[in-house]
Design a protein around this ligand. Structure first.
Ligand code: SF4
Length: 225
Protein backbone atom coordinates (compact mmCIF):
# COMPACT_ATOMS: atom_id res chain seq x y z
CA UNK A 1 0.00 0.00 0.00
CA UNK A 2 2.82 2.40 0.83
CA UNK A 3 4.03 1.92 -2.75
CA UNK A 4 0.62 2.93 -4.17
CA UNK A 5 0.47 6.09 -2.11
CA UNK A 6 3.96 7.16 -3.13
CA UNK A 7 3.25 6.39 -6.79
CA UNK A 8 0.08 8.52 -6.63
CA UNK A 9 1.98 11.30 -4.87
CA UNK A 10 4.75 11.24 -7.49
CA UNK A 11 2.27 11.25 -10.36
CA UNK A 12 0.50 14.32 -8.95
CA UNK A 13 3.74 16.10 -8.14
CA UNK A 14 5.06 15.44 -11.65
CA UNK A 15 1.87 16.88 -13.18
CA UNK A 16 1.17 19.82 -10.88
CA UNK A 17 4.55 20.67 -9.36
CA UNK A 18 5.00 22.11 -5.86
CA UNK A 19 1.91 23.84 -4.46
CA UNK A 20 3.69 26.06 -1.90
CA UNK A 21 1.10 25.50 0.80
CA UNK A 22 -0.17 26.94 3.08
CA UNK A 23 -0.58 30.30 1.33
CA UNK A 24 -0.03 32.68 4.26
CA UNK A 25 2.50 35.22 5.52
CA UNK A 26 2.57 34.09 9.16
CA UNK A 27 1.70 31.07 11.29
CA UNK A 28 -1.19 32.95 12.84
CA UNK A 29 -2.52 33.74 9.39
CA UNK A 30 -2.51 29.98 8.70
CA UNK A 31 -4.65 29.48 11.81
CA UNK A 32 -7.04 32.23 10.70
CA UNK A 33 -7.22 30.79 7.18
CA UNK A 34 -7.85 27.25 8.45
CA UNK A 35 -10.87 28.51 10.41
CA UNK A 36 -12.20 30.74 7.65
CA UNK A 37 -11.93 28.09 4.94
CA UNK A 38 -14.60 25.89 6.51
CA UNK A 39 -17.59 25.57 4.11
CA UNK A 40 -16.34 28.09 1.59
CA UNK A 41 -13.93 28.65 -1.27
CA UNK A 42 -10.40 29.91 -0.83
CA UNK A 43 -11.24 32.97 -2.94
CA UNK A 44 -13.73 34.06 -0.27
CA UNK A 45 -11.21 33.37 2.47
CA UNK A 46 -8.70 35.62 0.70
CA UNK A 47 -11.20 38.48 0.72
CA UNK A 48 -11.78 38.08 4.45
CA UNK A 49 -8.04 37.85 5.14
CA UNK A 50 -7.42 40.98 3.08
CA UNK A 51 -10.03 42.82 5.19
CA UNK A 52 -8.42 41.63 8.42
CA UNK A 53 -4.97 42.65 7.18
CA UNK A 54 -6.11 46.12 6.13
CA UNK A 55 -7.50 46.59 9.64
CA UNK A 56 -4.34 45.20 11.29
CA UNK A 57 -6.23 42.30 12.83
CA UNK A 58 -3.92 39.50 11.73
CA UNK A 59 -2.08 39.46 15.03
CA UNK A 60 -3.17 37.50 18.07
CA UNK A 61 -3.31 40.52 20.35
CA UNK A 62 -5.20 42.79 17.98
CA UNK A 63 -7.73 40.13 17.06
CA UNK A 64 -8.32 39.17 20.68
CA UNK A 65 -8.98 42.81 21.57
CA UNK A 66 -11.10 43.71 18.53
CA UNK A 67 -14.87 44.13 18.95
CA UNK A 68 -16.78 41.07 17.77
CA UNK A 69 -19.01 43.16 15.48
CA UNK A 70 -15.95 44.52 13.72
CA UNK A 71 -14.55 41.01 13.10
CA UNK A 72 -17.94 39.85 11.84
CA UNK A 73 -18.05 42.66 9.32
CA UNK A 74 -14.53 41.90 8.06
CA UNK A 75 -14.92 38.13 7.70
CA UNK A 76 -18.37 38.34 6.15
CA UNK A 77 -17.08 37.33 2.66
CA UNK A 78 -16.08 33.91 4.07
CA UNK A 79 -19.69 33.03 5.02
CA UNK A 80 -21.02 31.83 8.41
CA UNK A 81 -19.40 35.06 9.52
CA UNK A 82 -21.00 35.31 12.97
CA UNK A 83 -19.77 31.88 14.01
CA UNK A 84 -16.38 32.29 12.35
CA UNK A 85 -15.84 35.69 13.98
CA UNK A 86 -16.58 34.14 17.39
CA UNK A 87 -14.14 31.28 16.71
CA UNK A 88 -11.40 33.68 15.64
CA UNK A 89 -11.83 35.94 18.63
CA UNK A 90 -12.01 32.93 20.90
CA UNK A 91 -8.79 31.29 19.67
CA UNK A 92 -6.92 34.62 19.72
CA UNK A 93 -8.07 35.25 23.30
CA UNK A 94 -7.11 31.69 24.28
CA UNK A 95 -3.63 32.03 22.76
CA UNK A 96 -3.11 35.34 24.50
CA UNK A 97 -4.27 34.03 27.86
CA UNK A 98 -2.54 30.64 27.87
CA UNK A 99 0.54 31.27 25.72
CA UNK A 100 1.04 35.04 26.01
CA UNK A 101 0.34 35.14 22.27
CA UNK A 102 3.47 33.08 21.48
CA UNK A 103 2.79 30.36 18.95
CA UNK A 104 6.27 28.99 19.53
CA UNK A 105 5.14 27.98 23.02
CA UNK A 106 1.94 26.41 21.70
CA UNK A 107 3.74 24.31 19.12
CA UNK A 108 6.31 23.08 21.65
CA UNK A 109 3.64 20.68 22.88
CA UNK A 110 3.44 17.14 21.62
CA UNK A 111 1.09 16.53 18.70
CA UNK A 112 -1.42 14.35 20.51
CA UNK A 113 -2.10 16.66 23.45
CA UNK A 114 -2.03 19.76 21.29
CA UNK A 115 -4.57 18.19 18.93
CA UNK A 116 -6.88 17.46 21.87
CA UNK A 117 -6.46 21.02 23.09
CA UNK A 118 -7.34 22.48 19.69
CA UNK A 119 -10.33 20.17 19.31
CA UNK A 120 -11.72 21.54 22.57
CA UNK A 121 -11.81 25.08 21.17
CA UNK A 122 -14.93 26.53 19.61
CA UNK A 123 -15.34 25.77 15.90
CA UNK A 124 -12.21 23.65 15.56
CA UNK A 125 -12.95 20.27 14.04
CA UNK A 126 -10.48 17.57 13.06
CA UNK A 127 -9.67 18.89 9.59
CA UNK A 128 -9.10 22.42 10.92
CA UNK A 129 -7.01 21.19 13.87
CA UNK A 130 -4.86 19.02 11.63
CA UNK A 131 -4.36 21.82 9.09
CA UNK A 132 -3.14 24.06 11.93
CA UNK A 133 -0.89 21.33 13.33
CA UNK A 134 0.65 20.43 9.98
CA UNK A 135 1.00 23.79 8.25
CA UNK A 136 1.46 26.18 11.17
CA UNK A 137 3.00 23.79 13.68
CA UNK A 138 5.09 21.62 11.38
CA UNK A 139 3.66 18.54 13.10
CA UNK A 140 3.61 15.24 11.26
CA UNK A 141 -0.13 14.74 10.89
CA UNK A 142 -2.04 14.14 7.65
CA UNK A 143 -5.03 16.34 6.80
CA UNK A 144 -8.13 14.63 5.46
CA UNK A 145 -10.73 16.64 3.59
CA UNK A 146 -13.69 15.94 1.34
CA UNK A 147 -11.50 15.91 -1.78
CA UNK A 148 -9.20 13.27 -0.30
CA UNK A 149 -12.15 11.07 0.63
CA UNK A 150 -13.75 11.39 -2.80
CA UNK A 151 -10.51 10.72 -4.70
CA UNK A 152 -9.54 7.70 -2.63
CA UNK A 153 -13.05 6.30 -2.78
CA UNK A 154 -12.88 6.46 -6.57
CA UNK A 155 -9.39 5.01 -6.56
CA UNK A 156 -10.80 2.08 -4.59
CA UNK A 157 -8.30 2.76 -1.79
CA UNK A 158 -10.42 4.42 0.89
CA UNK A 159 -9.86 2.21 3.95
CA UNK A 160 -12.80 3.47 6.06
CA UNK A 161 -15.23 6.34 6.40
CA UNK A 162 -13.97 7.46 9.82
CA UNK A 163 -11.73 10.56 9.70
CA UNK A 164 -9.01 9.23 12.01
CA UNK A 165 -8.85 5.82 10.35
CA UNK A 166 -8.29 7.48 6.97
CA UNK A 167 -5.66 9.77 8.52
CA UNK A 168 -3.86 6.78 10.05
CA UNK A 169 -3.93 5.02 6.69
CA UNK A 170 -1.94 7.87 5.17
CA UNK A 171 0.37 8.23 8.15
CA UNK A 172 1.09 4.49 8.24
CA UNK A 173 1.83 4.29 4.54
CA UNK A 174 3.78 7.43 3.78
CA UNK A 175 7.38 8.29 4.67
CA UNK A 176 7.50 10.14 8.01
CA UNK A 177 8.12 13.44 6.32
CA UNK A 178 6.20 16.64 7.07
CA UNK A 179 7.11 18.12 3.66
CA UNK A 180 5.50 15.16 1.86
CA UNK A 181 2.38 15.47 4.03
CA UNK A 182 2.11 19.20 3.27
CA UNK A 183 2.61 18.73 -0.44
CA UNK A 184 0.45 15.63 -0.83
CA UNK A 185 -2.59 17.23 0.81
CA UNK A 186 -2.20 20.34 -1.36
CA UNK A 187 -1.86 18.19 -4.50
CA UNK A 188 -5.02 16.26 -3.60
CA UNK A 189 -6.93 19.52 -3.17
CA UNK A 190 -5.76 20.62 -6.61
CA UNK A 191 -6.76 17.29 -8.14
CA UNK A 192 -10.17 17.43 -6.45
CA UNK A 193 -10.83 21.00 -7.55
CA UNK A 194 -9.68 20.65 -11.14
CA UNK A 195 -10.30 17.03 -12.17
CA UNK A 196 -11.87 14.78 -9.57
CA UNK A 197 -14.96 16.97 -9.22
CA UNK A 198 -18.47 15.72 -8.51
CA UNK A 199 -18.59 15.02 -12.23
CA UNK A 200 -15.00 13.90 -12.77
CA UNK A 201 -12.93 14.93 -15.77
CA UNK A 202 -11.20 11.57 -15.97
CA UNK A 203 -9.83 11.71 -19.49
CA UNK A 204 -7.60 14.66 -18.65
CA UNK A 205 -6.76 13.57 -15.09
CA UNK A 206 -3.07 12.82 -14.40
CA UNK A 207 -3.98 9.67 -12.46
CA UNK A 208 -5.95 8.43 -15.45
CA UNK A 209 -3.07 9.18 -17.80
CA UNK A 210 -0.67 7.33 -15.51
CA UNK A 211 -3.16 4.43 -15.30
CA UNK A 212 -3.47 4.73 -11.54
CA UNK A 213 -7.23 5.15 -11.31
CA UNK A 214 -9.72 2.47 -12.27
CA UNK A 215 -12.82 4.55 -11.59
CA UNK A 216 -12.82 5.62 -15.21
CA UNK A 217 -13.11 2.18 -16.80
CA UNK A 218 -16.01 3.32 -18.98
CA UNK A 219 -14.38 6.47 -20.15
CA UNK A 220 -11.14 4.64 -20.74
CA UNK A 221 -12.79 2.00 -22.91
CA UNK A 222 -14.59 4.72 -24.86
CA UNK A 223 -11.28 6.44 -25.41
CA UNK A 224 -9.73 3.20 -26.65
CA UNK A 225 -12.61 2.18 -28.96
S1 SF4 B 1 -9.36 9.33 -13.09
FE1 SF4 B 1 -11.32 10.31 -12.65
S2 SF4 B 1 -12.07 9.35 -10.77
FE2 SF4 B 1 -9.89 8.87 -10.97
S3 SF4 B 1 -8.87 10.44 -9.75
FE3 SF4 B 1 -8.92 11.16 -11.86
S4 SF4 B 1 -10.78 12.39 -12.04
FE4 SF4 B 1 -10.94 11.17 -10.16
Amino acid sequence: MSTSLIIIYKSLYKSFGPQHWWPARTKFEIIVGAILTQQTTWRNVEKAIRNLRKNRLLTIENLANAPLRKIEELVRPAGYYREKAKCLKNIATYLLKHYQGKLKELFKKDTKSLREELLNLRGIGKETADSILLYAGGKRIFVIDAYTKRIFLRLGLLPASDYDKIRMFFEDNLPRDVKIYEEFHALLVKLGKEFCKRKPLCSSCPLFKDELCRYSHCERSEAIS
